[in-house]
Write a protein that binds this ligand. Sequence first.
Ligand code: OOG
Ligand code: MG
Length: 263
Amino acid sequence: MPLMTSKEKEIITYLYTAERDVREVVKVTDDYPELTIQEAYELQEGLLARKMVENRTKRVGAKLGLTSKAKQEMMGVNEAIYGELHNDMLAYEWEPVNRAKLIHPKAEPEIAFLMGKDLQGADITEKDVINATKYVAPAVEIIDSRYKDFKFTLVDVVADNCSSAKFIVGSKWISPDSVDLGNVGMVMTKNGKVAATGSSAAVLGHPATAITWAVHQLAARGKGLKKGDIILSGAMSGAIAFDSGDSIIAEFDNLGSVSMFCK
Ligand code: OOG
Ligand code: MG
């Protein structure tokens, strides 16, 4: 990214330390209402670069957010967003998620795509996305906006790497051709009670459409998806808040299930 201004450095430090210190903060646009979406993506890039240096993290993939009308309405926005996944966000079914390291976590059911090829370009189609996908798997994303009460504008959430915190991918990986990805039903339970239901059709009509959108956005910034990347295609229902002692299971038609426990 181009040389950062002191304003950008200050905002990046603000968001970086909020996450590090597990502290919610007032949204950035309260102090900087003039920030544009373009600048928000530059801030996200700067924040991720800082994590790579200070926390020695590596990029392992990408995520989409606010891909469903329901989520856009919940957050009062009308556009999808994208962010990056780093290796320190990987969590596992067999390892409890540590509540003490999160501010106000929520769980989202998503379909994960594992890329078998690099994918870049403004002319990429849904078919190209499916062709480049080696496997799909059930996933739960744990989002943890650094902003007070999960309240933000599009600019704020993009700068905060789209609320990313952790994600868990189930152990059953299957070929994208073996399921109708545009119509996967899902039930998510919290402590055995149904907490959310949804369908992959809620993700911009089809998760591959959402990923295509992200590839086009990335192309405009000279970027793309890489072979081996894990892509979270966006929440299939509203996000469910959880706390210490809660267990969450998301079950997907034909894809199997994924679970997490919070200690
Ligand atoms: C933004 C992140 C949303 C999704 O899948 O829609 C997201 C938020 O709701 O805090 O990850
Ligand atoms: Mg998500």
